[in-house]
Write a protein that binds this ligand. Structure first.
Ligand SMILES: Nc1ncnc2c1ncn2[C@@H]1O[C@H](COP(=O)(O)OP(=O)(O)O)[C@@H](O)[C@H]1O
Ligand SMILES: [Mg+2]
Length: 339
């Protein structure tokens, strides 16, 4: 029997919190599904668990471990003051205080968050990435001639498809300029504009620190989208159930992949994981072209861990039921060695 642990589950909250605040009402809501799923699993595993949610007060993260003395922090805090750019800073704070935590360290989070830097690193190591340009706010907006249409215009450091809609797909210089301006002004974000890679949309879940395991490949299928239309996991495509129904969007296991291709994809994902210094667990977003070329789109360290999401579903398919998955993540958090 493995040793039972003291686990402090760390969440983010949308408004100011106190150290022993009761979140039982929040934990019953859809918004806190991941947090509730993880707490339930930790309970089932027999770990002693307390939780803390933070808004803008890191001092709570220093104080709480002094009284509770956890073996490890289960990190589900991915924003600070409602800003998703600061997940890496929360983790830096844990690192500075020598507090072991689950998921990815600050370097991996930082490299993956920046969609340009991650692609430069991978391109250098000959992983296929779409050709791209980054355009900072306040800079002139001209498309470099080498960048070929169609192009997808995205916020440089966002997640969950914030700022991505069908209008992100541009085919003329006018549309390009308009969309870049829109992201600069309305979203207040720098831009990455990438060549659009047509192909299947694949998600690969990877678990581990040194020894890595890649789980069965998931796919977002666009059943009712006409063949010549762009297929993009826009904000609506991810979060709007009505929209998903209308266009036949479904997350499922990738069917009919040549086993050799599937194996190659998983090996490539493990390489990517290491090159981007990810540890803990991550989900990689890829495109597979009709010629079976694998393109890296994005790495998501600390992906959504809800029981019904792609990461846990892939793990389950690999015979890792949810509580065991959560336990593996906890143990990985205890043993990871970071610089
Ligand atoms: N270069 C690209 N070619 C084709 N589709 C893309 C490209 N970049 C992004 N997409 C589509 O947009 C979705 C969201 O892009 P992504 O970079 O993963 O942003 P987010 O971090 O918000 O998930 C992808 O899942 C994919 O469907
Ligand atoms: Mg993505």
């Amino acid at each position: 029997m493995k040793k039972k642990l003291k686990v402090l589950a760390l969440f983010d909250a949308a408004t100011a919190t106190t150290i022993d605040q009761d979140f039982s009402a929040e934990l019953k809501t859809e918004d806190w599904k991941t947090e509730a799923n993880v707490l339930a699993a930790l309970g089932k595993l027999g770990h002693t668990t307390e939780h803390l949610a933070i808004f803008d007060d890191l001092d709570l993260v220093r104080q709480k471990p002094q009284s509770f003395e956890p073996d490890v922090i289960f990190n589900l805090a991915d924003q600070f003051k409602n800003n998703r750019a600061f997940d890496q800073n929360i983790v830096s704070f844990l690192e500075m205080h020598g507090l072991p935590f689950t998921g990815c360290g600050s370097t991996g989070l930082t490299l993956c968050k920046h969609k340009g830097i991650s692609k430069k690193i991978l391109g250098y190591h000959r992983i296929r990435v779409p050709d791209f340009v980054t355009i900072a706010r306040g800079k002139g907006i001209a498309r470099p001639k080498r960048l070929k249409f169609p192009i997808l215009v995205k916020p440089l450091k966002e997640e969950a498809s914030y700022g991505i809609s069908q209008a992100s797909f541009v085919e003329t210089d006018e549309q390009f300029k308009e969309r870049v301006q829109f992201i600069h002004e309305k979203y207040d974000h720098d831009v990455i504009a990438e060549e659009y890679i047509a192909g299947r949309e694949l998600y690969v879940s990877v678990l581990g620190n040194q020894r890595l395991e890649a789980f069965p490949i998931r796919e977002l299928v666009f059943k009712e989208v006409p063949p010549d239309e762009p297929k993009i996991a826009t904000y609506k495509a991810k979060w709007d159930e009505e929209y998903r129904k209308r266009w036949g969007l479904q997350n499922q296991f990738a069917e009919g992949l040549d086993p050799a291709v599937a194996w190659k994809i998983q090996q490539t994902c493990k390489r990517i994981y290491r090159l981007l210094t990810i540890d803990g667990y991550a989900r990689l977003d890829l495109r597979l072209t009709p010629n079976n070329e694998v393109y890296f789109i994005e790495a998501n360290p600390n992906p959504i861990l809800a029981e019904d999401e792609d990461f846990a579903q892939s793990a389950l398919k690999a015979n890792l039921p949810y509580p065991e998955l959560i336990d593996r993540i906890v143990r990985l958090g205890l043993t990871t060695v970071r610089d």
